[in-house]
Design a protein around this ligand. Sequence first.
Ligand code: UDP
Ligand code: MG
Length: 318
Amino acid sequence: MDKLAIVVPCYNEEEVLKIASQALREVLDDLAGKRKIAEDSFILFVNDGSRDRTWELIEEEHREHPVQVCGVKLAGNVGHQFALTAGLITAMDMCDVTISIDADLQDDVTVIEEMIDKYHNGSDIVYGVRRERKTDTFFKRTTAQGFYKLMGLMGVKTVYNHADFRLMSRRAVEQFSKYQETNLFLRGMMPLLGYQTDMVYYDRKERVAGESKYPLKKMLALAFNGISSFSVKPISLILGLGMFIIIVSALALIYALISYFTGHVVPGWTSLILSIWFLGGLQLLAIGLVGQYIGKIYIEVKHRPRYNIEKVLAGEES
Ligand code: UDP
Ligand code: MG
């Protein structure tokens, strides 16, 4: 029987912690009863440097349910992506399969069973995908969708409408832990692992209590980080722009010369206008070129594994 760990990052979640713990324990009991997961499956709360009573509540839950509730306390607030990574890597050696979910229960816990079924059918990663965005404000919906589109344009593979509600097998987490980069964007990394994936669909609900820990500022930071950690396209765009302006400067040359010879320009205008166009283009071109090298250095220093082996067939050992 496979042992499941549900990893839950928590930042100032005192209002929802007990409710989340209760709901997730019910899921564990239910699945263990159906013999789909091991009896000693557990929830791992990761306290991301909360300033409220979140950690005390996690300790309390652990005292009451020593097997089912575990906790990790991070030394300070490192943000959702890192807190989740810390939880996954801690859980990795203690279980066979992990599921990550937010503390606020916006993601539907009833599809966890379906995720486990898909895992038993051979998927290493199962994405929770939101069917619709009915409960979101118009603003959040359009910005989020714009974000996925932009990511696609920049060449970053992401799963549309998937946040971080996801099942990962132990070997997927192990492989993920080899990605040593500090600029983390988990959603973009999972497709890189290359394992068999599947999806389950659900409707996202309102937060059960408390308020969003992802204000606009953090959302924008996440979006920018997602693009800049996975793509050096913006640099190529600068290079392209530089080339374009150099071409325009040739047209400007022709225009300026015609104006000069037809005679109605003030002295100095021709050389000035040409310098502006040409030097501007040259500078952008140079910056773009330097950027290409920096982009390569950036990709190299990430030290990402170059391939992930899925299976090896070899002679049996005697
Ligand atoms: N979170 C975290 N560290 C942070 C911010 C958020 O661990 O610095 C956790 C938070 O406790 C929640 C999850 O990340 O479990 C998602 O946050 P939230 O629900 O506030 O985001 P939203 O659903 O509004 O995008
Ligand atoms: Mg939320």
